[in-house]
Design a protein around this ligand. Structure first.
Ligand code: NAP
Length: 293
């Protein structure tokens, strides 16, 4: 069996085209969607994520306003920038790039973003609404995964999905969304983490395995069943002197050996990543649309 490659790039391109068209319509009505991005410090990975988000906004016709702040910025200075974006009429979505140099202030900073501009879906109001199945901004990576599966013709309804990882931004919300009685959910979900003694015992039973761990190739081919669907969220840098940048990106799953065993798999890069940014555009467009009532 050679696995279907779940091409996040292609699905994201299709979705971004739709977002661009709707952005044009909204802009003609006088509301151009706008995203405000706060970047504190100069972590190279964060910088490259922010540039990718800005590029994506530009291509979709969405206004993007970046606020760069030095790593030494105080909590008060960061909160003041959030407050300014909360008040800005041309900004419909706000994103604070994580991690912040001082991670102990992240919660407070995120909770200062107005829930109606919280396009990352991290504010407790949106998290609570999501849990209750009420309309909310859904966190971009889990939401992107659900759309990637759906648009690739993979139904999760009635399937056993094992999610490895329980972070607040990926594993936990994804497990919640997958288990909801909804078009994109209705699956039976198991969540594994560092407290699970034998993860393979669960993943081998799964129709769909989602790995959101952040450890290179920790889910090996012998841990999944023949014909399973694999969603690899992990993005890990592995030293590689043969590459110009001195590293290559690998996922949490053993991609090569899995290709001959599973029915479908997301590559890293080019799988989940492009979908995450796309859902950020989607939420920003949605927020702008709501201002029209
Ligand atoms: P995180 O906050 O570090 O959470 C990792 C989760 O995996 C935790 O729940 C942890 O368990 C669990 N875990 C860690 N090592 C484990 C092991 N050996 N066995 C079983 N469980 C283990 O990470 P995250 O933010 O969810 O991100 C996960 C990965 O996805 C990272 O590589 C990240 O870069 C990537 N990511 C990609 C995208 C994208 O768009 N492609 C978006 C977000 C994240 P405990 O809770 O028990 O500690």
């Amino acid at each position: 069996m050679t696995a279907q490659r779940l091409d996040g790039k292609a699905v994201a391109a299709e979705l971004r085209q739709e977002i661009k068209q709707e952005t044009e319509v909204l802009t003609q009505k006088g509301v151009r969607p706008g995203l405000g991005v706060i970047l504190v410090g100069d972590d190279p990975a964060s910088r490259s994520y922010v540039s990718a988000k800005e590029r994506a906004c530009e291509e979709a016709g969405i206004l993007s306003r970046e606020i760069k702040m030095p790593a030494s910025s105080t909590k008060e200075e960061i909160l003041a920038k959030v407050a300014a974006l909360n008040a800005a009429e041309d900004i419909h979505g706000i994103l604070v790039q994580l991690p912040l140099p001082d991670s102990s202030i992240e919660e407070e900073v995120l909770q200062t973003i107005l829930p109606e501009k919280d396009v990352d879906g991290f504010h407790p109001v949106n998290v609570g609404r999501m849990m209750l199945g009420l309309p909310a901004y859904l966190p971009c990576t889990p939401h992107g995964i659900l759309h990637l599966l759906k648009r690739s013709g993979i139904e999760v309804k009635g399937k056993h999905v094992v999610v490895v990882g329980r972070s607040n931004i990926v594993g936990r919300p994804l497990a919640n969304l997958l288990s909801q009685k909804s078009d994109l959910g209705n699956a039976t979900v198991t969540v594994c983490h560092t407290g699970t003694p034998d993860i393979g015992a669960f993943t081998r039973e799964a129709d769909v395995v989602v790995a959101a761990v952040g450890r290179p190739e920790v889910i090996t081919a012998d841990m999944v069943k023949e014909g399973a669907v694999i969603v690899d969220v992990g993005v890990n840098r592995v030293e590689d002197a043969s590459r110009p940048r001195g590293f290559r990106l690998v996922g949490d799953c053993e991609y090569g050996p899995m290709l001959e065993k599973v029915s479908a798999i997301t590559p890293v890069p080019g799988g989940v990543g492009p979908m995450t940014i796309t859902m950020l555009l989607y939420n920003t467009l949605e927020s702008a649309r709501r201002t029209l009532g």
